[in-house]
Design a protein around this ligand. Sequence first.
Ligand code: SF4
Ligand code: SF4
Length: 322
Amino acid sequence: MPDKPKLAFYWCAACGGCEESVVDLAEDILFVVDNVDIIFWPVGLDFKRKDVEKYADGEIVVSLINGAIRSSEQQEMVKLLRRKSKVVIAYGACAQYGGIPGLANEFEKEEILKWVYEDSPSTHNEENVRPQLNYKVNGSEVYLPELWNVVRPLDKVIDVDYYIPGCPPSSKLLKEAVLVLLSGKLPPKGTVLAPDVALCDECSRKDTKPTDLAFKEFLRPNLSIIDPEKCILSQGFICMGPATRSGCGALCVEGNMPCTGCYGATSRVKDQGAKILSSIASNIEGKSEKEIDSTLNGIPDPVGTFYRYSLAGSILRKKVSI
Ligand code: SF4
Ligand code: SF4
C-alpha cells in the first residue's frame, strides 16, 4: 500500500485557538487521519525538530502553519518546514496577517518587556529579573529563543502557497482545504481558501442595513444593548462586516456581537483597516471638524478596532523601528 500524503501542523506566535480548530474537526479528524499521515504536530503528539529534519526536501505534502513570526525559533522552524514541504498554508489570522500578536508592533520590545516584567500592577519582581537568552544551571546551559522587535506575518518570512483565514478558521474550511489538497486540483498560488465575498453578504441582518449610513455617535457593545434584529453597524457599533471576507457563517453577528474582522479582507481590498475606516469616515452625519471629532471620540482604540488582526500585514505594519 502506498504511503499516505504527509501533513504537518506547526504553531508560532498564536493563542492556540487554531490548534483547537483542528481538534474541533471532531469525527472528521478520523477522515483526515484515514487519508493523510500527520507527521508533525507538537501540540498534539510528541514530535521533535529532528523528526522533521530527517525528511527529504519536499517530502511533506503540506504544512499548515499558524501564528505570526516574532522569535528566532519560529523563524528557524518555518524555514525548515518550508524546505521540507511541497505546499505551505498560512493557517489563521496570525499567520496570514500577524493577528492579535501583531498589535505588539505599536510598541518597542523593550516597552513590552518592561511592562510585563516590571511595571504591570500584577507583577511582583523586586529584582527586575528578566528571561535570559542563555543561562547556566547545575552545570548545564539552557537557551531561550530570541524575541524580535517586530511581529511578521508568515509570508514576510517564507514563501506561502495558500491562506486559510479566521481566528480561528472554521473546521469546515480546514476540511475543505484538505479535500482540495487530496484531489490534486490545486487553485492558483496565493489563493485564500474561503469565499471571496464580504461578510455582509452572508449575514442574516443584511436586509436591515441602510444604503446610506449617517453616524451620529459610536457605541461600545460592553456599554450598550445591541438590537438583535437590526444591522449592528447601523446601530452605531463598529461591525467590520463590510470589509471582511465571509466563510464563518457570521458567527459573531449570530451571537449578537459585531464582527471584529478576523477573516481579513476580500481579494478586492488591499487594506482591511483603511477600507472600513474610509467608509465610516465618509458616513459621519456631522460635517464640521468639531462634530466629526466628537463622533470619532466614541472609538477609543482605532488601531485595535480597525486593525485588530491585520496591523502587521497592513500598509501601516508597525510603529516601531526595525
Ligand atoms: S454590517 Fe455587520 S450586522 Fe450589518 S449586515 Fe454587515 S455583517 Fe451584518
Ligand atoms: S463574524 Fe467576523 S470576527 Fe466573528 S468569526 Fe466571523 S469574520 Fe471572525
